[in-house]
Design a protein around this ligand. Structure first.
Ligand code: DAH
Length: 344
């Protein structure tokens, strides 16, 4: 028995396995039902009782050593044999990789930026946490205007007497531009905005807007109309029509809301445009002289226009995604619609 134990120990020392399959074969060879060590244990039952003490310990040590060696080999052996087969077999199907894709809101923001860059506009950004002055006061919101209400605005508790809040629109960036940029000013200001809304298919507490501002001498409403028309034709196609409806914003006078002809039914009426043939896409107007003066611009010499649009709204119209929540849930099934996947 002594020699047999030594032989197994030697075999174990020189044992090498490349793959998990070989490790399993080794385990069966030593420890399986008919394995060498199992056989030694059977033999042990028949040996003289005075020898049992010596060999019992040796056999138990041998079994433990073998189990430890098998575990060690399992850790180091790779399935390299099957890997090699896969590499050599060029007819095997490729691995499927999904490329990351841009978020639909980012795609829309980029398209808007590209269009206005062609018109000579710069891009400006401002802080998302703003003061009451830039979000409301400098934009001619009266102190009791409902938009300032807790119901619409998220306030940040700072202990300061001047309210600090999450901006409710990107129009505050136009104020910062008027304060700091030399005239004439031509900028768009894309960014994230926040409103205290219950989340539903049609409303969300976080969304994105893009503001536009043009200030120079002799800027007229006709310039505004033509700029918007050129923009929507680049964005939605060369045959797109616009319709301007009178509206009210505290920071523009006159103010207007702009509809584009429905790019799904081309004016005939469908469920996207709710049978009207028109889709509302932005608000705009001539910058109110009070707003110019608040930022130190001479309203006798300069005039300008401003406009603001919701990026999720444009994306909804572009891809007919009718539930705002999709834009924020990061559901891969939704995001994958805007990307590509490749096989390599
Ligand atoms: N700030 C407006 C809003 O959040 C959008 C807007 C309307 C911006 C008219 C403008 C504008 O610059 O002229 O609803």
């Amino acid at each position: 028995m002594k020699e047999e134990i030594e032989k197994v120990l030697n075999d174990l020392d020189s044992l090498k396995c490349e793959s998990l399959k070989e490790v399993e074969e080794a385990r069966i060879k030593f420890l399986g039902k008919k394995g060498e060590i199992t056989k030694l244990f059977e033999e042990f039952r028949t040996i003289a009782p005075e020898m049992k003490k010596e060999f019992g310990k040796q056999l138990n040590d041998l079994k433990q050593k073998t189990q430890a060696k098998i575990e060690e080999l399992k850790g180091t052996a790779s399935d390299s044999v099957s890997d090699k087969t896969a590499l050599n077999d060029l007819t095997m199907p490729g691995y499927h990789y999904t490329l990351g894709s841009r978020h639909p809101v980012s795609i829309v923001r980029q398209e808007i930026a590209d269009i206005f860059r062609k018109f000579g506009y710069d891009i400006a950004e401002g802080p998302e946490i703003e003061d009451d002055y830039h979000v409301f006061e400098a934009l001619n919101f009266p102190p009791d205007h409902p938009a300032r209400d807790m119901q619409d605005t998220f306030f940040v508790s700072t202990g300061h007497k001047d309210p600090i809040l999450l901006r409710t629109h990107t129009s505050c960036v136009q104020v910062r531009c008027m304060e700091t940029m030399p005239l004439p000013i031509r900028v768009i200001c894309p960014g994230r905005v926040f409103r205290n809304e219950a989340i539903s298919a049609r409303a969300h507490c976080i969304f994105h807007q893009c503001e536009g501002l043009y200030i120079d001498e002799h800027v007229t409403f006709a310039d505004l109309r033509q700029s918007i028309l050129l923009f929507v034709r680049e964005m939605f196609g060369p045959n797109t029509q616009i319709r301007m409806r009178p509206s009210y914003f505290p920071f523009t006078e006159p103010s207007s809301e702009v509809d584009v002809s429905c790019n799904i039914c081309h004016g005939k009426g469908c469920n996207v445009c709710k049978g009207t043939g028109w889709l509302e896409i932005l608000g705009c107007g001539m910058v109110d002289p009070n707003v110019l003066e608040a930022s130190g611009i001479d309203s006798k010499k300069y005039s300008g226009f401003a406009f603001g649009m919701g990026l999720e709204r444009i994306a909804m119209l572009k891809w007919q995604v009718n539930d705002l929540r999709h834009y924020f849930e990061n559901d891969m099934r939704f995001l994958k619609e805007f990307g590509t996947s490749v096989e390599v």
